[in-house]
Design a protein around this ligand. Structure first.
Ligand SMILES: Cc1cc2nc3c(=O)[nH]c(=O)nc-3n(C[C@H](O)[C@H](O)[C@H](O)COP(=O)(O)OP(=O)(O)OC[C@H]3O[C@@H](n4cnc5c(N)ncnc54)[C@H](O)[C@@H]3O)c2cc1C
Length: 393
């Protein structure tokens, strides 16, 4: 997302940009749901990608109890989209001649005037700037700031997106149209509708994005990262390799913990997968002629659903800085001064929201936040709500 956003914004101010993606094939079919925010819609419009057929608008959020009864509600119109839809809108802004699949960044050499980027496949590219939009495990960041490492939060998410057509009538009527919370102790279950395969927005063809936060320390995570073949992975396990016994245990727990409507969702997910939650913020996001954007610069826990909005904001700020400074180095300093503190603020805000899960509550503020977020009304007011950054301005 950040690579495509950056290319789109820089092209708008007259730069020639090439995007190098390590995947050898187009990145399609990633099912994950994405909460949108006004900042994301603005970045999509300003980048030229637009917001056509972006997603599904929910009219409100509700919280349900173990019996599936509604115990709280908030009117809040919000558009829920998918990773796929955003990728396609942004991908369409780039001339295919400037989008290069199958190129894995390996290392960069830099001088005062520019960079030489080396790719594992053998290509070498010279440019004025190298922008690392290569995600939380950024290879670009590993070279320019190897000491900056993502930190495990102490919790992870089980995820999946069942087809609308497979869900029971009661699930469709009671939770499908809404942004829904179910909040057992030290857990969060969140659901919302997203488009179906190929951005199908027609009723009957959509999906329901399911997310279940659970606590697990580093040792438990290490055990979860042993795959079906016995291989130990470092950070997470590719979905098809997740151990069957883990999935069976998770399904058994859900039968006890969850209301019937969420059990129904989970039963209809063929291949649930887990994502450990990490965060970090680099103290600097420019290094000579190298700049970091999106998750490579800072990654927040996903409680605000703001990562793609942040990627768009980074890209726009970088283009604004380059457009308003004659000197590239001064522009990069300006970009760092504007966006590094925002990335840090977002990361810290997400940690506050994570206090709901009760992990590592060190300060009075952490404990106060934990107490506040035990109330489902507060959760509906804080989690993934628009305009949270305004409170810090
Ligand atoms: C559980 C979960 C839920 C989320 N929910 C939301 C949400 O609701 N709303 C929201 O806005 N955000 C959400 N996010 C965050 C969002 O997914 C990220 O912030 C966003 O994808 C970051 O985009 P990015 O382009 O910076 O990084 P990535 O999406 O990680 O993209 C990095 C790209 O770089 C490529 N790459 C990596 N290494 C190399 C290399 N060496 N050479 C070449 N290419 C390379 C990768 O293949 C990939 O295409 C969520 C995240 C998680 C984990």
């Amino acid at each position: 997302m950040s690579g495509l956003f950056t290319a789109a914004f820089l092209r708008r101010i007259g730069w020639d940009v090439d995007v190098f993606e390590r995947s050898p094939v187009e990145l399609v079919g990633r099912g994950a749901g994405i909460t949108t925010h006004p900042e994301l819609l603005e970045a999509l419009e300003n980048s030229g990608a637009g917001t056509r057929d972006l997603g599904i608008e929910v009219p409100k959020r509700i919280t349900i109890d173990h019996q599936g009864r509604v115990i709280g509600e908030r009117p809040l119109r919000q558009i829920l989209t998918s990773w796929d839809r955003l990728q396609r809108l942004l991908r369409a802004t780039i001339d295919p001649a400037h989008y290069h699949l199958g190129h894995t960044f390996e290392h960069v050499e830099q001088s005062r005037e520019g960079v030489r980027a080396h790719f594992a496949e053998g290509r070498v590219e010279c440019a004025d700037l190298l922008l690392g939009g290569d995600g939380i495990r950024s290879g670009v960041r590993a070279q320019v700031a190897p000491e900056v490492q993502p930190i495990y939060s102490g919790y992870y998410i089980w995820r999946g997106a069942p087809n609308e057509a497979d869900l029971a009538p009661q699930t469709l009527a009671s939770i499908f149209p809404y942004f829904v919370f179910f909040l057992p102790e030290r857990q969060q279950v969140i659901g919302y509708p997203i488009s179906g395969f190929n951005n199908d927005l027609r009723p009957g063809h959509r999906r329901y994005n399911f997310i279940w936060y659970r606590v697990g320390d580093a040792q438990a995570l290490k055990h979860m990262c042993v795959d079906e073949t016995g291989h130990q992975h470092e950070h997470s396990v590719p979905p098809p390799l997740i151990r069957k016994d883990l999935i069976a245990q998770m399904r058994a727990d859900a039968e006890i913990i969850m209301p019937q409507v969420f059990v129904d969702c989970l039963r209809r997910i063929e291949q649930p997968f887990f994502t450990p939650i990490y965060d970090f913020c680099a103290p600097r996001i420019t290094f000579g002629r190298v700049a970091l954007v999106g998750d490579a610069a800072s990654t927040a826990r996903p409680h605000m659903g703001f990562g793609v909005a942040k990627a768009g904001g980074d890209a726009q700020a970088l283009a604004d800085a380059l457009d308003t400074h004659d000197d590239v180095d001064a522009a990069l300093d300006a970009y760092n001064a504007v966006r590094q503190p925002i990335g840090e603020r977002i990361m810290l805000h997400a940690r506050k929201l994570g206090a709901h899960l009760g992990v590592d509550l060190r300060t009075d503020e952490d404990r106060g936040m934990w107490k506040l977020l035990q109330d489902h009304e507060a959760m509906m007011d804080w989690i993934a709500v628009p305009n949270f950054l305004a409170a810090y301005r």
